[in-house]
Design a binder for this molecule. Sequence first.
Ligand SMILES: [Zn+2]
Ligand SMILES: [Zn+2]
Length: 407
Amino acid sequence: MSDHHPERREESEESDVVQVVWDQAFTGYDFGRWHPMAPVRLDLTARLCEQLGLFERPGVRVVGAEPADDELLATVHDRAYVEAVKAASADPRQAQAVFGLGTEDDPAFPGMHEAAARIVGGSVDLGRALVAGRAQHGVNFCGGMHHAKPGCASGFCVYNDAAAAIVAMLRDGAERIVYVDLDCHHGDGTEAVFWDDPRVLTVSVHESGTTLFPGTGFADELGGPRALGGAVNLALPARTGDAGWLRAVHAVVPQLVRSFAPDVLVTQHGCDTHALDPLGHLQVSVDAQRVAAASMHALAHEAAAGRWLALGGGGYEVVDVVPRTWAHLVAEASQQPLDPSTPLPAAWREHVRATFGRDAPSAMTDGEPATFAGWESGYDPDDAVDRAILATRRAAFPLHGLDPDFD
Ligand SMILES: [Zn+2]
Ligand SMILES: [Zn+2]
C-alpha cells in the first residue's frame, strides 16, 4: 500500500505508540510441568519489563487480548484441525496424533484452544493497529508460534499467530509484508502458509536442519512457482557464535527487506539461539540478540515506514536468557534501548531466588561485544558460516534482482 497510496503512509505515521501485548492470562499456555515451554518464561519477562519501568514509558501501551474466534483462526488453519484442538482442549484424552496433538512436543491440556487462540488474538490486534495507524510498533513476546501449520500442531506451537497477523494485515490493506525469523529453529509453519504467496517474503536464519528440528530450511527451499524467492533460508552450522550469527543476519536480511520494500516488517525473536539454551546448538549471546533487534527496528524505519511487529518465539533458558532478551526487545521498540550494563532490579533477582533457589544474572548483558564483520569486507570460502551465507545469497538474491557477490 505504501508505494501506491503514499497519502495513507502519511496518515499511518501520525501515531508513534508502541503497543505491547501482556496479560497474566497468557501463562495459561502450559504444556505441563516437564515441558520446556514453561509459562514462567513469560511471567519472568513481564515482571522484568515492569520492574525496569518499560511498561510505564511514555508512548507504551500495554494491552491484553481475547482468544481469536473460529473465523479468524480459519484464515490460517483448517477447520477440522481447529475442531480437533477444541476437542483435545475440552478433554485431553481426545487428542489426535494425526493433528500433532497429544504428542511429546504438543501434549494436550485443558484450555489449550483458548490459550493458543489468545496468542493469535494478541498478534492480530497488533498487526491491525499498525496498518490502521493506531500504533507504530507492536511487541508480542508471547507470540511467534512459527511451527504451527494449517492442519497440525508442531514444535510446541498450536496456532500460528505470526501467520494470522500477516493475513489480517493483508486483508486490511497491506500489500507486501516481510517476515524475518531469527529463532534457532527454521520458521517452517509460517513459511508454509505463504509458500506460494507473492505478497509475503519469509526469511529464516536458523541452525541447520542437519542438526536441529524440524530438519528443513535449506538454501534451495525458495517458495512455490507463483512466488519463487518468496521463501529464503539460511542454515547455519551448529555452534555458530555472535560474530557469525550477526554477520549472517546482516548479509541477507537488510538487502532482501530493502529490495522487497514491504508495508510492514514482522520479526520473530526466538532466543533459543543462546549458548545456554537447552535445545539449540548455536552460541549466541543476549548482547547479539539485542543488536539484532536494534537492526530490525532500524530496518523497519528505513524500509517499512516504521511499521514493525516484533514477536517472541522459542527460548527455553527461562531465567538467564528469555527475560533479558525480550525486555531488551520491548525497550528497543519503545525507542529507548537499555544500556547493556543496566543492573537487573533487586526485586526481580529476589523473586528468582525465592522461586527457583538460584541466582539470576546481575545485568542486562552477557558481557559480549556483539561485533561482527559485514559481508562487504569479503568472505572466506573455507569458513562454514560464510559458505552457508553464500549458498543462500546465490540461491535467493538473483530472484530479487540482487547480486549474490556484491549487494
Ligand atoms: Zn525455536
Ligand atoms: Zn521506532
